[in-house]
Ligand binder design. Structure first.
Ligand code: ATP
Ligand code: MG
Length: 441
């Protein structure tokens, strides 16, 4: 029954050995977004299918081929979110967030679902960190959003990544560009893939994003969007470049970037790595000035991005970015005999209350086996509590790395065993904690 013991194609388990890396990336992205004034928003994993058709766009690969869409028991068409922007906009409109002081800055960390051919950096369930800035039209907003991604990558010590920017204009200048594209691709109509034949009329810019080798080849000679920008879009783009340069954010202009979703206008950008195979785009974003209105909200512009966390981690691993070490086990408190075991357990809970990772025996193992386990845990220190220790309050703490030992004297009330336990409970922790903390064995 492999179906029970093997996860569905395109899904990935993130095991305990890896979760520390994820938590690091999540922490840094969240902290940086907070510094830039973005507030986290959480929204449902699934939405009405229509929301994605409307926003992501009917002619995109995502909507045409990749969505997990099903009918629920109430016969509604439901789709697992393939991206975050649509859900964030729906939620912001529904709850009136757009009436707050502008710009509204929102961030999210979510899982997304796309029915794609699984390969390195391409999964069916994957994770995105994304931000949306709503209500700011000026290129200063675009620059700030891009600078934030740059800051995140800097903090993660990510190397081998570069920023590419482009402008795909507004509906006004795009109409002329569409005509030029239709003329160019129309001349090769018969060679295009079936999807692109269909797109030629509806949305010719999509042809620039097609992954089929023949369409890609034809796209090479296509006219460039930058030659068609209107005055407004052109000066927006120039100001963006000026701002990025002023902020020390390195970029190159790549006029072939059109992005895979329909809602983009003016600025589009990608952070790309050449070292993780064909799926090199770690972060993609852009301006979407018509989207909110298109979804039934007020006339309000927006700009945002989403980064794929699986791809981000691939680049970090490839380029040797550092990850924090997991919290080590500070001390393993072994025990010999029943009463000592109870004592060790209560000492351990006191140490934990003080913020130390501490462990004791839960398996009824021999002292030798306990120490072997302490080794496996890579505990930094260990001690064994037996009858002598219970009686004297003197505990010998050993540095597991060097083998050096030091005596820790807990000031026990030795009048009787009961009071020993209670004394340990009330004062032992502090003394032991202090001793362990100050120990330089
Ligand atoms: P691609 O061209 O690689 O298919 P896309 O344009 O479809 O990417 P976006 O919709 O812009 O991607 O999503 C933003 C980011 O999310 C991507 O840059 C990528 O890092 C990540 N991403 C998208 N699809 C997947 C996937 N199937 N598996 C893993 N990460 C993904
Ligand atoms: Mg895609």
């Amino acid at each position: 029954m492999a179906i029970l013991t093997k996860g569905p194609r395109g899904t990935q388990d993130i095991l305990p050995g890896e979760t520390g890396k994820w938590q690091h990336v999540e922490r840094v992205t969240r902290e940086t977004a907070e510094l830039f004034g973005f507030r986290e928003i959480r929204f449902p994993t699934f939405e009405h299918t229509e929301l994605f058709n409307r926003s992501v766009g009917d002619t995109t690969d995502v909507v045409q081929k990749e969505m997990y869409t099903f009918r629920d028991k109430g016969d509604r068409s439901i789709t697992l979110r393939p991206e975050g922007t649509a859900g964030v906009m729906r939620s912001a409109i529904e709850h009136g967030l757009l009436t707050e002081a502008l710009p509204v800055k929102l961030s999210y960390l979510i899982s997304c679902f796309r029915y794609e051919k699984p390969q390195a950096g391409r999964l069916r369930e994957f994770h995105q960190f994304g931000c949306e800035m709503l209500g700011a039209d000026s290129p200063a907003a675009d620059a700030e959003v891009i600078a934030m991604v740059n800051e995140i990558f800097k903090r993660l010590e990510l190397k081998e990544i570069s920023l590419e920017i482009n402008s795909i204009g507004c509906p006004v200048c795009r109409a002329k560009y569409h005509e030029a594209l239709r003329a160019h691709f129309g001349a090769h109509r018969e060679e295009l893939c079936d999807t692109c034949k269909d797109r030629l009329e509806k949305n010719p810019m999509r042809l620039l994003d097609c992954k089929s080798p023949i369409c890609r080849e034809i796209a090479k000679g296509a006219p460039t969007v930058l030659d068609f920008l209107c005055e407004d879009c052109s000066s927006h783009f120039e100001e963006l470049k000026r701002r990025l340069t002023a902020m020390g954010v390195a970029y190159t202009v790549n006029p072939t970037i059109v992005r895979g979703l329909d809602y983009y206008t003016k600025t589009v950008f990608e952070f790309v790595s050449g070292n993780i195979g064909a799926q090199g785009t770690v972060c993609g974003g852009g301006r979407y000035d018509g989207l909110i209105e298109q979804l039934g909200g007020p006339k309000m512009t927006g700009i945002g991005f989403a980064m794929g966390l699986e791809r981000l981690l691939l680049v970090m691993e490839h380029s040797g970015s550092p990850f924090p070490e997991p919290v080590p086990c500070k001390i393993y408190l072994g025990s010999m005999g029943d009463e000592a075991a109870v004592c060790a357990a209560s000492l351990v809970s006191g140490l934990r209350a003080e913020g130390f990772r501490a462990e004791c025996d839960l398996m009824g193992r021999s002292v030798k086996a306990q120490m072997k386990y302490a080794d496996k845990l890579r505990a930094q220190y260990s001690a064994v509590i037996g009858d002598n220790e219970l009686a004297s309050g003197v505990i010998k703490v050993k540095n597991m790395l060097t083998g050096d030992t030091a005596q820790v004297k807990l000031s026990l009330d030795d009048s009787d065993d009961d009071s020993l336990m209670s004394y340990l409970y009330h004062t032992g922790f502090a003394e032991l904690t202090e001793a362990v903390e100050g120990m330089e064995l």
